[in-house]
Design a protein around this ligand. Structure first.
Ligand code: SAM
Length: 305
């Protein structure tokens, strides 16, 4: 989606020479930029353009189809929140499914939970997994957990084939709804998620920014209210390198044991967490509860049950 007037840096969109600028019709009229030290990888998979570069101030950066997916400096905020918001909200999660998340960061976070016995992941693009293993070892470390089963394929098709009531939690770590992730934001997909969850099971799905995508969010909320018969909530976190500096999550539960997402029943055993990979950098119980507080303009539109 590069505008022809933009200067390019070895094929990387750049408004200021030597900087990567994130230009997309999903956030017209603005473009967050990072200074590029060197380009480490450029490839084209069957699904998307993949770029890795070394930035001056955020470490290595992964770009898919011109959009920042993660940086070494702030990936903790996204991966820890999208994982522990759902998993700390239910007692003893055992079976977890991750859709997308091919960088392995969500797997790294799920693996901190000792109650978990099985972690399935369905990522559409093998190139994302390979690139992450090569350039982001501290993120891709999630793949090393023996409980992880990696499936390369479309998450929509994968979920349709899952027997009813299989998972305690489903985490949808998707890219934006332009490109291969489009269907992951649509009602039939949420229907498959609900079916794949046990009664009182939970889903956490990437749900865009209240500053940029209120229409998309309202649509997701409407769909989720129709499909998930437990609770339906929107939470958010800061991520400096995401458009508008934040990202939201939709957290829903199926009919069954009540899930009160705002008051985590499965708080972190810090000692156990410290044993695995690295200490948590972002998530704690206070920020968990705070994540559900919305600015007035969003509260009015989204409401909360
Ligand atoms: N974990 C990242 C972070 O730290 O911000 C966020 C994005 S993650 C890399 C998004 C992944 O979803 C991509 O690897 C993309 O290939 C994958 N994806 C997109 N559409 C998909 C689909 N239909 N099924 C499975 N995976 C999909």
């Amino acid at each position: 989606n590069n505008n022809n007037n933009n200067k390019e840096l070895n094929g990387v969109p750049s408004v200021i020479p030597g900087w990567f600028s994130e230009i997309s019709p999903m956030w017209p009229g603005e473009a967050h930029s990072l200074k590029v030290e060197s380009i480490l990888f450029q490839g084209k998979s069957d699904y998307q353009d993949v770029i890795v570069f070394q930035s001056s101030t955020y470490g290595k950066v992964l770009i898919l189809d011109g959009v920042i997916q993660l940086t070494e400096r702030d990936e903790c905020a996204y991966q820890e929140m999208i994982t522990h918001l759902p998993l700390c909200s239910i007692p003893n999660p055992k079976k977890v499914l991750v859709i997308g998340g091919g960088d392995g960061g969500v797997l790294r976070e799920v693996s901190r939970h000792s109650s978990v016995e099985q972690i399935d992941i369905c990522e559409i693009d093998k190139m994302v997994v390979d690139v992450s293993k090569q350039f982001f070892p501290d993120v891709a470390i999630g793949f090393e957990d023996p409980r992880v089963n990696l499936h390369i394929g479309d998450g929509v098709a994968f979920l349709k084939a899952v027997p009813e009531g299989t998972y305690d939690a489903v985490i949808v770590d998707s890219s934006d709804p332009i490109g291969p992730a489009q269907e992951l934001f649509e009602k039939p997909f949420f229907g498959s998620v609900a079916k794949a969850l046990r009664p009182g099971g939970v889903v956490c799905t990437q749900a865009e920014s209240i500053w940029l995508h209120m229409d998309i969010i309202e649509n997701i909320v409407d769909n989720c209210r129709q499909i998930f018969k437990g609770s339906v909530n929107y939470a958010w976190t800061t991520v400096p390198t995401y458009p508008s500096g934040m990202i939201g999550f939709m957290l829903c539960s199926t009919k069954g044991p009540t899930v009160d997402f705002k008051h985590p029943v499965n708080p972190i055993d810090e000692k156990e967490f410290q044993k695995s990979v690295r200490p948590l950098k972002f998530y704690n119980s206070e920020i968990h509860t705070a994540a559900f507080c919305l600015p007035s303009f969003a509260k009015q539109k989204i409401g909360s049950k």
